[in-house]
Ligand binder design. Sequence first.
Ligand code: ADP
Ligand code: MG
Length: 338
Amino acid sequence: MKISELGEFGLIDRLAQAFAEAGRPDSLLIGIGDDTAAWKASGVQLITTDTLIEGTHFSLRYWGWRDLGWNALAVNVSDIGAMGGTPEQALLTLALPPDASVADLDELAAGLVEAGREYGTAIVGGDIVASDTLMVTVALIGRATVDTEGEPLLMTRDGARAGDVIAVTGYLGDSAAGLRLLLDEKQADPEAAEHLRKAHLRHRPPLAVGRMAARLSVRAAIDVSDGLLQDLGHVCRASGLGAVVRAAAVPMSPALVRSFPGQALSLACSGGEDYQLLLVAPGHTIQQVQRVSKGPVSIIGEMVADPEHRARLLDATGKELSLPAAGWDHLREAPWRK
Ligand code: ADP
Ligand code: MG
């Protein structure tokens, strides 16, 4: 069945039912179905939004509708995590081609519900419009982590100091490598290829690490969504500093190194869509984060005084490396259109 046969209100009811089954937070007073949602809030609130557009951010040639649902929430969770906060309620705006199938929309809802369970968020409202281009926008509200006095512990881009250590969670480059494998079926070790494709199809921001880092008084962070060097560059400019990153310290998965031996470093430094966390803090603070974090947290470099406010990648001899590809830029052509 097409969604045009179900109609706007039929589709809202169907989505509302799917989201209701995922449970609702205790703080929620009014969910989907009234003019606005309402909930009890306290402390310092965080709000963010991100849009995924077919043909610009993804292609349904390789993302399933369930992946789309998961990722639409996950990319917003990543931003809340990078501030050290806890995501709570979300709004979902869908721009849908009227010939989209109800089964596909059910899959989209299932992906949103899965991610909602994983990250503890609920969809409490939204909007639906007809459009030739498929677009999914999530707006996500969260709560900042606070200290014992109720003061917010926020990790900001301008919070870095000269001498601070730069650390990154997980592995970088897997998602960009996975996209390459999804776009052209390069022969690769099947197990490694599966790992890399999964990294591209399901973004998994390390939410718990962000919150823990904020509590341990890390004051500067950013999520790595557009490539390590580009996102670190934002921290450099906001903090009025430069950064040096040792190429040998950039964490790369065995699957990435095995499948793209010649390009692994470039994918890891400028690939994009990693949704890992970059944390900047004094060395002893980063060591505390490393001790309590379940996943890997790698020290890759440090912040330095630099009037140019640049992020530099250095080889083992201290020579600056320049990489062939720049980070993701929305004004750049989407790779699958080439
Ligand atoms: P309004 O005319 O006031 O904008 P709508 O008819 O668009 O109301 O929406 C009715 C209810 O359904 C509202 O509570 C709204 O938040 C919710 N809703 C609409 N679209 C979505 C969606 N895509 N996901 C979740 N809730 C939605
Ligand atoms: Mg509306």
